[in-house]
Design a protein around this ligand. Structure first.
Ligand code: PLP
Length: 449
């Protein structure tokens, strides 16, 4: 009790110097870390070092929609640490990871049969890209090495992920390290055609035909895979135009190209179905997942593959390793326990139904910001939404930063990138909390004019 009171004092002293923070303006942050240092979390709320409660508008970083401190997950983790805290990932297994793989493959459906585990979304993406290239090779089509991503796509920060990714600042400093033989589809965002769309924009399915152009340019025999996020999350909640993903699927089928959905954000319910693939009715060949699989409690990621992909590797002598790839912590027992508990919660607490129920409330509330000064666009699907702000002239990003800071003062932890505010509230939110999140955002936006 004594310790808890101590950390909540506004004067809480924090030596921030040694920590080089990821994707953060380190020097700006360290001028006043108190309000942005989180010391506790419970349900849909964080508490910061100044003692203020903050509504968790992005479910952590899109990863904790069942709420923080979920008793079922906490207990499963505690039990697992005592029972089997680590098991070598190579040449050994443990019961929970076998059953988890089966459970996840079954949830993905559509011919998905096997799961390869990693620890982060970035690892899942690099794993999927490697499997794609290796798959064609074991099938006797070693010339299929080219990978195709999409502008504005985010696929983590591995060298594969930034190569297929399409966010310029994530790429430019590392241009010498980009994979050769990568191309990009155009992104699907067009303000003139789709600003303020609710759900899937009607315009833009034809942009998938750009894949035919790349096939004509490079020849299908050189292309291994296309990777896209069904909904671009980090790029600013860019929702696929109606018919677009279906068209990508058809073109991939026509040319023997694998289609990878990066569902690190959309996997496990963000769009109201277990996977974006199900929400959009398009079956990819591989799905990358991470984040919600453990409700963010323990790092875990993976790639779900179709049976034909897995089986293509199962040749040669059976005492030989089939795929020279894996991580020390692939299928970590504590992460597996957290994932099982998360999936149990999905079965018993019905958070998907809740997410579906909240979707119209979020849509209604967020689109009520149309017409506020400086609101350039609003996008939404599932329990995700973005509000794009007009930048301050010559100071891109400053407006959203001010909104974010005002949000903290008002008890809201928004997520900002560039001049976009993204929201993906916990599935356990109430309608009232969602409406309050948007009303506070309205006030914060007004305060920046
Ligand atoms: N892929 C997508 C679609 C993501 O949104 C993210 C992270 O937000 C990643 C990959 C990378 O995940 P991680 O940060 O766990 O490496």
């Amino acid at each position: 009790m004594k310790r808890e009171t101590a950390v909540l004092q506004p004067a809480y002293g924090i030596d921030t110097q040694a920590y080089w923070m990821p994707f953060t303006h380190n020097r700006y942050f360290k001028k006043s870390p108190g309000s942005r240092t989180l010391v506790r979390a419970e349900g849909a709320y964080y508490t910061n070092a100044d003692g203020k409660r903050l509504f968790d508008c992005l479910s952590g970083l899109w990863c904790s929609p069942l709420g923080h401190g979920h008793p079922r997950i906490a207990e499963a983790v505690a039990r697992q640490v005592k029972e089997l805290d680590y098991s070598p990932a190579f040449q050994m297994g443990h019961p929970k990871i076998f059953s988890l793989a089966g459970r996840i493959a079954a949830l993905a459906g559509a011919g998905m049969s096997h799961v390869f585990f990693g620890n982060s979304g970035s690892e899942a993406v690099d794993t999927a890209l490697k499997i794609a290239v290796a798959y064609h090779r074991v099938k006797g089509e070693a010339s299929r090495t080219r990978l195709i991503g999409r502008e504005r796509g985010y696929h983590g920060v591995g060298l594969g992920g930034i190569s297929v990714g399409g966010i310029a600042p994530n790429r430019r400093m590392f241009s010498a390290l980009m994979l050769p033989g990568v191309d990009h589809l155009p992104h699907t965002y067009n303000a003139a055609e789709m600003a303020f769309s609710r759900g899937q924009p009607k315009w833009g399915a034809h942009l998938a035909d750009e894949l035919e152009r790349l096939v004509a340019l490079h020849d299908a025999s050189t292309i291994a895979a296309v990777i896209v996020e069904p909904m671009q999350g980090s790029g600013g909640v860019i929702v696929p135009p109606a018919g677009y993903l279906e068209r990508l699927r058809a073109i991939c089928d026509r040319h023997g190209i694998l289609l990878i959905f990066d569902e690190v954000i959309t996997g496990f319910g963000r769009l109201g179905e277990m996977f974006g693939a199900q929400r959009f009715g398009v079956a990819p060949d591989m799905i990358c997942f991470a984040k919600i699989v453990t409700n963010g409690v323990i790092p875990m990621s993976g790639v779900i593959v179709k049976r034909a992909i897995h089986d293509a590797f199962m040749t040669g002598p059976d005492h030989a390793v089939e795929l020279f790839h894996g991580y020390t912590y692939s299928g970590h027992p504590v992460a597996a326990a957290a994932a099982h508990a998360t999936l149990d919660a999905f079965e018993e607490e019905k958070p998907l139904a809740r997410a579906r129920e909240l979707e119209p409330a979020l849509e209604r509330a967020v689109h009520s910001l149309k017409g506020e000064p400086g609101v350039a666009d609003i996008r939404n699907i599932g329990l995700a939404a973005a509000v794009e702000l007009e930048p301050v002239p010559d100071k891109p990003g400053l407006r959203a930063l001010k909104v974010f800071e005002r949000g903290i003062e008002e008890g809201m932890l928004y997520r900002f990138t560039g001049d976009t505010i993204a929201m993906a509230p916990p599935f356990i939110s109430s309608k009232n909390e969602i409406e309050t999140m948007i009303e506070r955002l309205r006030e914060a936006i007004r305060s920046t004019r």
